[in-house]
Design a protein around this ligand. Structure first.
Ligand code: PEP
Ligand code: MG
Length: 561
């Protein structure tokens, strides 16, 4: 076939080349009209399919736990629960007894539930993906459909799919898979985030044009430009095959004039720790602990949280691990925590607001787990509070931390005292950075939320994408203000929003005075290289010019020259 190029959204700035394996739902249902159905046989077939699906899920769970980690494996527990959901089972049986063949009844019963979840926000909407996954598994078993085993693909496979669910992505082995592309999905979809954390070339949201690519055709996945090149020429093939990104820099880096900048990783799941270490991270600059609370029925115990944090500290025995306390609300929802329905959840009960009330028990448990983990063994723990807007919130959080330290450390609370910091994500925190910095060891700028609130532009809404850009001078001035305030109080200041991982902005951020940059593992080598090629004194002048610019285009002229 002749070469052709399809366009989507690049999810990881990496390219890969390989042979197409299509993965997905390839099941046609019978037209139930005029079909003779024996309800008893159909109910038996359904029960057998549920049994087989359970066995498959249990073995996939075990294999994923071994290969990737317990957290990723937990998604299969959720699937087993959906599989055994009595409401769905009753609905299937009722429809079968009314004359529908079992596959059609499964499709209809799951369809109703899927629709309900699709109408909800954020994480709840992801449950719709889990339900689709379970439905498709049952349909495959009921219709003798074949399904590709994602955990056992030939080396050099490129997976193409309508969509990849959380359990699908958890099975992909980066050693064997050269990349993936999906018909649906955006940069913040679960599949895209997973690809970034494992540096897997990926393009999402290609649209129906992707369906024209045949199995076994050779394709290049260019996750930087968002292109899928079918039947590439030799030059494109060679360029993609040799793209392993910048060389990994294991040692810590400084600018040409000797200013040290820490380059750390953002992680959310234990499996991402190895990927971060392999890409030369100095430590962890943001551990999003809310991931430990997802895909399960009850919160993780103090001991489970202790183990997860110990694993991070053991991965970076000579580095710092900044653990952010539970940050839910907004777009992050956890079904069992019964979050309120809010008209504007991004301006509602989020982050530290929930930890102080109503999740104060969870907060105290988490702090005990962190303090215990920090006191045992290697690695330097730092604790960070999300979405702080007032000094009162910080002081209440510090009081809870003191109480937890007294419980854990007995008389010697100092023995378990890690560094403590605050995220700068609200305009109020940026304005109050001096007062905040006077009370803590460090500040870390969360530009994803800070940009959203400074620019009044929803981080999830592509219609205001142009405004949700941290290089607007309004955001740069908030960053500069924060850095100056922190340094005046002898606190260090980092950045853990997505902005920190863009190598094109490294010089600007170093020039603005950031001491630490923390990012998804994939661009750590590029950012480390960019730091070591930066001259701090020149970057600092340029940083001043950028923040004093009047428009974003002036900022870009300054950064690019
Ligand atoms: C941020 O807001 O920049 C941040 C790092 O936090 P999250 O993306 O988890 O909200
Ligand atoms: Mg945030």
């Amino acid at each position: 076939m002749a070469e052709r190029t399809l366009h989507g959204t690049g999810a990881t700035p990496r390219s890969g080349v390989g042979s197409v394996v299509w993965y997905g739902r390839d099941i046609s249902l019978l037209d139930p009209d005029g079909v003779e159905v024996d309800p008893e046989t159909e109910i038996e077939r359904f029960a057998d399919a549920v049994d087989t699906a359970r066995t498959e899920l249990e073995s996939e769970r075990e294999a994923t736990a071994e290969r990737v980690g317990e957290d990723e494996a937990a998604v299969f527990d959720a699937h087993i629960q959906f599989l055994e959901d009595p409401t769905i089972e009753d609905a299937v049986e009722t429809m079968v007894s009314e004359g529908l063949p079992a596959p059609n009844a499964v499709d209809a019963a799951f369809g109703e539930h899927i629709e309900q979840f699709e109408g909800m926000d954020g994480r709840m909407a992801e449950r719709a993906d889990d339900l689709r996954d379970v439905r498709d598994r049952l349909l495959r078993l009921l219709t003798d459909g074949e399904r590709v085993d994602l955990g056992d693909l030939p080396e050099g496979s490129v997976v193409l799919a309508e969509r990849l669910t959380p359990s699908d992505t958890a099975q992909l082995d980066p050693e064997r898979v050269a990349g993936f592309a999906t018909v649906t999905g955006g940069r913040t979809s679960h599949a895209a985030i997973f690809a970034r954390s494992l540096a897997l070339p990926a393009v999402v949201g290609v649209g129906d044009a992707l369906e024209s690519v045949e199995g076994e055709e050779e394709v290049v996945i260019d996750g930087d430009s968002g292109k899928v090149v079918v039947s590439p020429d030799d030059t494109e093939r060679a360029a993609a095959a040799s793209d392993s990104g910048a060389a990994v820099v294991d040692e810590s880096v400084e600018t040409t004039d000797g200013r040290h900048v820490e380059v750390a990783a953002n992680v959310g799941r234990p499996a991402e720790l190895d990927s971060a270490a392999e890409r030369g991270a100095d430590g962890v600059g943001l551990y999003r602990t809310e991931f430990l609370f997802l895909d399960r029925e009850t919160p993780p115990s103090e001991d489970e949280q202790y183990e997860a944090v110990r694993e991070a500290l053991d991965t970076f025995p000579d580095g710092r691990v900044v653990v952010r306390t539970l940050d839910i609300g907004g777009d992050k929802r956890i079904p069992y925590l019964d979050l309120p329905e809010e008209g504007n959840p991004f301006l509602g009960e989020r982050g530290i607001r929930r930890s102080l009330n109503p999740d104060s028990d969870l907060f105290a448990t988490q702090l005990r787990a962190l303090l215990r983990a920090g006191a045992d063994g290697a690695g330097d723990l730092a604790i960070m509070f999300p979405l702080v807007a007032t000094i009162e919130e910080l002081e209440a959080a510090l009081d809870t931390l003191d109480a937890a330290a007294a419980e854990v450390g007995g008389h010697d609370a100092d023995a378990v005292a890690p560094e403590v910091g605050v995220m700068i994500e609200t305009p109020s925190a940026a304005f109050m950075a001096d007062e905040l910095a006077a009370r803590v060891d460090f500040l870390s700028i969360g530009t994803n939320d800070l940009t959203q609130y400074v620019m009044a532009a929803d981080r999830e809404n592509e219609r205001v994408d142009d405004l949700h850009d941290p290089t607007h001078p309004g955001v740069l001035r908030a960053i500069h203000r924060t850095v100056t305030a922190a340094h005046a109080e002898d606190a260090w200041v980092g950045m853990c929003g997505e902005m920190a991982g863009d190598p094109a902005l490294t010089e600007l951020l170093v020039g603005l005075g950031l001491d630490e940059l923390s990012m998804s593992a994939v661009t750590i080598p590029e950012v480390k290289t960019a730091v070591s090629e930066t001259e701090y004194s020149a970057a600092s002048e340029r940083g001043d010019r950028a923040r004093l610019a009047a428009t974003r285009s002036e900022v870009h002229t300054t950064v690019d020259t």
